[in-house]
Design a protein around this ligand. Structure first.
Ligand SMILES: *Cc1c(COP(=O)(O)O)cnc(C)c1O
Ligand SMILES: [Zn+2]
Length: 416
């Protein structure tokens, strides 16, 4: 029996055969893969997972692919680190960072969704993959396409950071820089998908792609000793990651893998300059209003999020909340994480750190609650954001006198 049975509309429940489709024909709701839990449950245990590889594929049984991965064998199982010094600053005694800034191979959580989507693309028989990206997805699709011998067409907004553009070109993909924002890129790609028959990983294959993010949640729980945390703060772009983390935790619980059920409250983090999801949550709105993005946090600058409603629903169901922060705060957050924990995150991480600070100041976490923050990307890719905000090295001649002199100036020893 296969692990996957078909697809179901999240809104109206209409069912479809397993295929590369992503929206319901009746109501345009997002489709989800129906997993064959009767088949899967008997073979999954803590032991079976622990016997797996130190990668996201230790959860292969819970992912919507049938065969072994065709790319990305080493993706995932990133460090979960206790953040003592940042925790102290925020008044949190049990703060943890799930650090996908060091995810293999392209240094963001997107490697999880791409490894899943490309494995499914091959199972469906596609030889060409594509994506509409705010940067990290571009890097990851290009890299994994190279590894798997797929042809790749990558669509990005033309104003992306250099590191993200170079970090796509280096893998030999066809890169198309579209003169427009992400939402315009996405609209073009939705049309191109129909015309050229390519597998757009985050459009055509979105239900499979999204489920790759469940592994971010599985890992947090396993790494905490098979416990779901009290709170998780997650940066939101299309709104998929936050909902799939929660879905993953609930699946683990239903399989009897967790000690404590799922007490977890989910918190959405966005930049003020592109905050359709957090604005809707904070104003208790039924619908979110699409926005025109204007923020340095480009990786999460999606004005019309495909899974916006799913993200809102996840936050409400879990009794969580949301907050957004300005671009100045994003820079402050990057510096705060770097100087307290030695982790260099990209702009999305700056958002998450400062949103966590804001939520802590609002009294949403108990001092001893277990709080996990999702650091989803690497700072080396968004250097423009902090350029000019970090000071400069103290320039000296190569002798001890010069060093002595330099040490006497108060430019040095500015320990945070
Ligand atoms: C894509 C991305 C996100 C958000 O992902 P969604 O699933 O679209 O909400 C968060 N952080 C980084 C760094 C990303 O690249
Ligand atoms: Zn429907």
């Amino acid at each position: 029996m296969p692990k996957t049975l078909g697809m179901r509309c999240r809104e109206c429940g209409e069912e479809y055969p397993l295929s590369p489709i992503h929206v319901c024909e009746l109501c345009f709701g997002p489709l989800e893969v129906i997993m064959n839990w009767e088949e899967i449950a008997p073979r999954v245990s803590r032991k079976s997972i622990q016997a797996g590889p130190p990668s996201m594929w230790r959860y292969h049984d819970l992912l919507p692919v049938e065969g072994p991965p065709c790319v990305g064998h080493n993706v995932g199982f990133t460090p979960l680190v206790k953040a003592e010094r940042l925790g102290k600053k925020l008044g949190l005694n049990n703060l943890y960072i799930k650090n996908d800034a060091v995810n293999h191979p392209t240094l963001s959580f997107k490697d999880r969704v791409v490894a899943t989507a490309l494995t499914k693309a091959r199972e469906f028989g596609f030889d060409t993959v594509a994506c509409a990206s705010t940067g990290n997805l571009a890097n990851s699709v290009a890299a994994h396409a190279a590894e798997g011998g797929f042809k790749a067409y990558i669509f990005i907004p033309s104003d992306l950071e250099q590191g993200k553009v170079l970090g796509t070109l280096v893998y030999g993909a066809n890169v198309l820089a579209v003169k427009g924002n992400y939402d315009e890129v996405n609209r073009l790609c939705a049309e191109a998908g129909g015309k050229y028959g390519w597998a757009f990983v985050n459009i055509t294959l979105r239900p499979y792609y999204g489920d790759g993010s469940k592994t971010f949640g599985y890992e947090i729980a396993e790494q905490l000793g098979w416990r779901a945390p009290d709170h998780i703060v997650v940066p939101c772009a299309g709104g998929s990651l936050i909902s799939k983390i929660y879905k993953g935790l609930n699946e683990m619980n239903r399989l009897g893998l967790l000690e404590n059920g799922v007490p977890t409250r989910m918190y959405a983090a966005q930049a003020t300059g592109c905050s359709p999801i957090t604005t809707a949550i904070q104003t208790n709105a039924e619908v979110f209003r699409p926005q025109k993005p204007n923020t340095i946090a480009k990786s999460i600058a999606i004005g019309n999020p495909a899974d916006g409603y799913v993200a809102m629903d996840t936050v409400r169901k879990s009794a969580g909340w949301a907050a957004d922060v300005t671009d100045d705060e994003v820079i402050e957050g990057i510096k705060l994480l770097g100087s307290t924990e030695g982790i260099f995150t990209e702009t999305a991480g700056g958002v998450t750190v400062m949103v966590t600070k804001k939520l802590a100041e609002q009294g949403r976490f108990g001092a001893d609650d277990l709080v996990v923050i999702a650091i989803t990307g690497n700072g080396l890719k968004t250097q423009e954001a902090v350029q000019g905000h970090l000071g400069a090295p103290v320039l000296i001649q190569p002798n001890l006198d010069a060093l002595d002199q330099a040490l006497q100036t108060d430019k040095l020893l500015q320990v945070v």
